[in-house]
Design a protein around this ligand. Structure first.
Ligand code: NAD
Length: 501
């Protein structure tokens, strides 16, 4: 038997209930972002291996679809309990392969478990509707049925939470599933699949293939796959949405972001600064709901920025797995280099650096992917650092004079994932909530991520599709609707008695 606990031994993939060695000639090393030591290797699966996983899922679907909904829910209840037992270990693994600090990792695992809890409600969530006597002696019922084989392609930044946005709901609804985690952070997803097996999920209902574009293209092209759920950058989301739709699939593609926080002159400075620090620099800015632009309105700028810079300097940057750290390293060397390039560009474009994260050192970890918290003031909307998603601990400050200017700035931005307003005026908050063209809005809340029972509603270039992830949208996405109109003839009834209206 192969010892898969050693980091040099490639991880197995899960196909049809069996953990098998991939025959791929291509592999990816997973590194600890704090040290850049290799902590695992995964195969980049070929088209034929991905097709085999799809075939195994199709076979399992034929049995799983007929398992009564309460029995499917019972497996999810068991899975939820196992995840609660394992949550600290999962958080540790997330922190190790991604770099985010333990408290952030634990929060994301908790959010993932919430999705499983939501999915246990499937006997209620999947119910159809009925109307008796839609016409003479006719009744009408709607039914929701599973789609078949569903697949998800996930990003690196939430190795537990994002796969959980999809797999538990799809499986609870009676579908079989193929998960393709990010090749940068696949280890936690593989562990989650092991735990699903422990909960009693039948073989083939969940399959996991590690890989890159080749595996993704196989999922897009294989006609057995009925739906694609994607989370990642906007260019890839657009590619998945366009090509998945072309291949006749139902697609939901959650994409990149540039999220603005508007600080009004009547905002509580202390609360706004605390919110900016956690939302811009938490998870080292590697969050699609991170605030990456602070829009200061009028004279709030001076007191806010003074305090923001003071508090930013106090942030403890260090290994994610050290409980004392408040911000960890970036996921890979390449990503660190990309973020540093953006800081160089911003400085060249003439934005004022209030905090410069370049050349950041953490004692004892010379090989870590460190970028310190960075703040650019006087950012102009025509600058590259404003226009593009940086996905690192870099906050741009745009100063405007009025609320309307702030609103117009946000509405002109092509992204529409999240936004927030900090104010003590209810009417300003209400106008903002009503007029802003963004899907998830916080009022004095910097990261307004909806809980499991609401959908995750990005807009514009932050989402391609119709039905969003989780909440009732998730149930609708993973089921097909059928309307049955039935009529039974009553031989004894007197036709004359029938009303002719
Ligand atoms: P990414 O787009 O590079 O990769 C996402 C997935 O797509 C991975 O599984 C990867 O293997 C695959 N992929 C990459 N290039 C591909 C290609 N050319 N063809 C087919 N598949 C390809 O994203 P990432 O760097 O892993 O994650 C960061 C991005 O995800 C950011 O843009 C962030 O905003 C976004 N994100 C969005 C949300 C949301 O809910 N809107 C949530 C989390 C992350």
């Amino acid at each position: 038997m192969t010892d898969t606990t050693r980091s040099s031994v490639p991880r197995k993939i899960l196909v049809g209930g069996k953990w098998i060695e991939s025959r791929s000639a291509r592999f990816e090393s997973v590194t600890d972002p704090t040290t850049n030591e290799v902590i695992g290797r995964v195969p980049l699966c070929s088209k034929s291996e991905t097709d085999a996983a799809i075939e195994a899922a199709a076979k399992a679907f034929e049995i799983w679809r007929d398992v009564p909904a309460p029995r499917r829910a019972a497996i999810l209840f068991k899975y939820q309990n196992i995840l609660l037992r394992e949550q600290n270990n999962l958080a540790h693994l997330v922190s190790q392969e991604h770099g985010k600090v333990l408290s952030d990792a634990a929060g994301s695992v908790r959010r993932g478990i919430d999705m499983v809890e939501f999915a246990t409600g499937v006997p209620s969530l999947m119910q159809g509707r009925t109307l008796e006597d839609v016409s003479s002696q006719m009744d009408c019922h709607s039914w929701r049925q599973p789609l078949g084989v569903c697949a998800a392609i996930c990003p690196f930044n939430f190795p537990v939470m994002v796969p959980m946005w999809f797999a538990p709901i799809a499986i609870a609804c009676g579908n079989a599933f193929v998960l393709k985690p990010s090749e940068k952070t696949p280890l936690t997803s593989l562990r989650m699949a092991e735990l699903f097996e422990e909960a009693g999920l039948p073989p083939g209902v969940l399959n996991v293939v590690t890989g890159d574009k080749e595996a993704v293209d196989a999922l897009i092209e294989n006609p057995t796959v009925k739906s694609l759920s994607f989370v990642g950058s906007t260019p890839v989301a657009r590619y998945i949405y366009e090509n998945g739709s072309k291949h006749g699939k139902r697609v939901q593609a959650l994409a990149g972001a540039k999220n603005h926080l508007v600080a009004m002159p009547d905002a509580n400075i202390q609360e706004t600064v605390a919110a900016l620090i956690s939302s811009a620099f938490g998870s080292a800015g590697e969050r699609c709901m991170a605030i990456s632009v602070c829009v200061t309105v009028g004279d709030v700028a001076e007191p806010l920025l003074k305090r923001l810079v003071e508090e930013t300097r106090k942030l403890r940057v260090g290994p994610g797995t050290d409980p004392a750290s408040e911000m960890g390293p970036l996921v890979t060397r390449e990503h660190m280099a990309r973020v540093l390039r953006y800081i160089d560009i911003g400085a060249r474009e003439g934005a004022s650096l209030l905090a410069d994260g370049r050349g950041y050192k953490v004692q004892g970890y010379p090989e870590g992917n460190w970028v310190g918290p960075t703040i650019f003031d006087n950012v102009n909307p025509s600058m590259t650092i404003y226009k593009e998603e940086i996905f690192g601990p870099v906050l741009c400050v745009v100063r405007v004079n009025t609320f309307d200017e702030a609103l117009n700035l946000i509405n002109a931005n092509p992204f529409g994932n999240g936004t927030a307003i900090f104010t003590s005026d209810g009417m300003t908050a209400r106008t903002f909530r009503k007029k802003v063209q963004v899907g998830m809005i916080g009022v004095n809340v910097a990261i307004p991520v909806p809980l499991a029972f609401f959908p995750f509603t990005g807009w514009k270039d932050s989402f391609f599709g119709t039905l969003h992830a989780h909440g009732q949208d998730g149930v609708l996405f993973f089921t097909e609707q059928k309307i049955v109109t039935s009529r039974w003839f009553d031989e004894k009834s007197d036709a004359k008695k029938r009303m002719s209206i």
